[in-house]
Design a protein around this ligand. Structure first.
Ligand SMILES: *[C@@H]1O[C@H](CO)[C@@H](O)[C@H](O)[C@H]1NC(C)=O
Ligand SMILES: *[C@@H]1O[C@H](CO)[C@@H](O)[C@H](O)[C@H]1NC(C)=O
Length: 421
């Protein structure tokens, strides 16, 4: 079996200059990505060139262009001029697209006297508004999105449900209504609940677990939970604590991802030791994703400190990203690169029985946005063991089960990692 191109490039570069997405894929993730800022893509060539580099970022998400106020500024009038900017870059470069977001209490449009948030709605009229919005927006991007953040930030930090027009009209029934509408609009995208501060595994996390259970109990589809990861230097949980929290969700049968990662300094400029701490914090977050079988990828919320939402929202804080304002790579970039490279270059000890299984049906190495090639493993696993959903079922050095429990199949994500999906 030959080394696929991506690994040759990664290892030829001795891990030093290898780019983040190449390393992430070699380490078993689907992608390492970033949000793209609509306003800067056509005005800043340096920014655009880095964003375009699929070896660095294999996945993009629009920062603002797909939000409700951008896509349906007037009731029933849909516009995609902003949403299409980042989607177009991803399409041009063959990068995966995460799509963001549909039902959220914030950045709702003003519709004269009938605002979504201020209108006097009953269940039937607001359900129609939600379904019309989801159907149109997801319909426009149908087939383009790896995942959609369907419901965003429905829980307060203290673990209560966040007040919104949706909660006051439907109580928690709006979750299932939204996920059902999303499934109908694009059955082939992953449907996510997305929120911040889930990383601390406290009351808010408990409530998000309940949210997933509510949707599942209603018989509605939910595929994933996004951990936004808006964190603070020096206050980021440990790698093992983060992995424990991620597993609370994968235990429910959903995948997880870090979707908006940035780790801000409480005051700027940061000292050189604070920059090192920031790097360790980033490595812990990315490492926790590598440690959890159902964690599919990491998305940072912008890559350069030149453009970030933090200084406006948290005055005096910032420098939360991997590149500085001059597009130089920070210590945190090196930390992320190192933790990915460590996993990519140090797979578990090889076992020939597993290698034989893998090489009988070599998959096409996918370097585009298409889904991984499916290799259905119907042969009985050694010892008859069958892996559960999201579990590892193959890869160089893997000695565990290679068959999946029904109805899941063993899908090859890269030479080092196959997963029951
Ligand atoms: C991506 O960036 C790396 C590192 O700067 C560079 O070597 C590579 O050529 C770039 N790829 C593309 C397609 O520009
Ligand atoms: C909801 O409001 C609409 C428009 O005002 C009205 O036609 C409809 O009868 C109401 N439905 C219920 C169940 O109250």
């Amino acid at each position: 079996m030959h080394l696929p191109t991506v690994l040759s490039v990664v290892f030829a570069a001795a891990g030093v200059t290898a780019q983040l997405n190449d390393l992430a894929v070699a380490a078993g993730l689907k992608y390492f990505g970033t949000c793209g800022s609509e306003g800067n893509i056509n005005s800043d060539t340096t920014y655009r060139n880095i964003l375009n580099n699929k070896s660095e970022f294999g996945q993009l998400v629009p920062e603002n262009g797909q939000k409700w106020d951008a896509t349906e500024p007037s009731r029933g009038q849909f516009t995609y001029s902003s949403g299409d900017i980042v989607a177009g870059v991803a399409k041009q470069n063959g990068q995966l697209l995460r799509c963001h977001t549909l039902v959220w209490y914030s950045q709702l449009p003003s519709w004269g006297n009938v605002t979504v948030s201020g209108g006097s709605w009953n269940r039937s009229t607001l359900q129609s508004v939600i379904e019309t919005h989801i159907n149109n927006v997801m319909g426009h991007y149908k087939g383009q999105c790896y995942a959609w953040d369907v419901v965003n930030e429905a829980v307060n930090d203290d673990g209560t449900w966040r007040p919104s027009v949706f909660l006051s009209t439907f109580n928690t029934d709006y979750f299932a209504i939204s996920f059902r509408a999303a499934k109908a609009a694009d059955p082939n995208t992953k449907l996510y609940y997305n929120d911040y501060n889930l990383e601390y595994n406290q009351a808010k996390t408990d409530r998000a677990v309940e949210l997933v259970k509510i949707v599942q109990a209603a018989g509605a589809p939910i595929d994933g939970v996004g951990f936004q990861g808006h964190l603070i230097v020096g206050s980021t949980p440990s790698r093992s604590a983060l992995a424990t929290t991620l597993k609370r969700f994968t235990a429910l049968g959903v995948e997880v991802a870090y979707t908006e990662l940035d780790i801000r300094h409480s005051s700027v400029p940061a000292s050189s030791s604070a920059l090192v701490t920031q790097g360790n914090d980033f490595a812990n977050v990315v490492g926790s994703c590598l440690d959890v079988a159902g964690c599919v990828g990491v998305t940072i919320w912008g890559f350069t400190d030149k453009y970030s939402w933090i200084p406006q929202t948290f005055p005096g804080q910032g420098d939360a990203l991997l590149y500085n304002s001059n597009f130089g790579k920070k210590p945190a970039w090196t930390s992320v690169s190192s933790v990915l490279a460590a996993k990519a270059t140090n797979p578990p000890p090889a076992q020939t029985t597993t290698l034989a299984t893998i090489t009988t049906a070599p998959p096409a190495q996918t370097t585009t946005t298409s889904r991984p090639a499916v290799s259905t493993t119907s042969a009985a696993a050694p010892g008859g063991a069958q892996q559960t959903r999201w579990g590892q079922c193959g890869g160089i050095g893997w000695s565990g089960p290679t068959a999946c429990q029904s109805p899941w199949t063993c899908q090859v994500l890269n030479p080092y990692y196959s997963q029951c999906l």
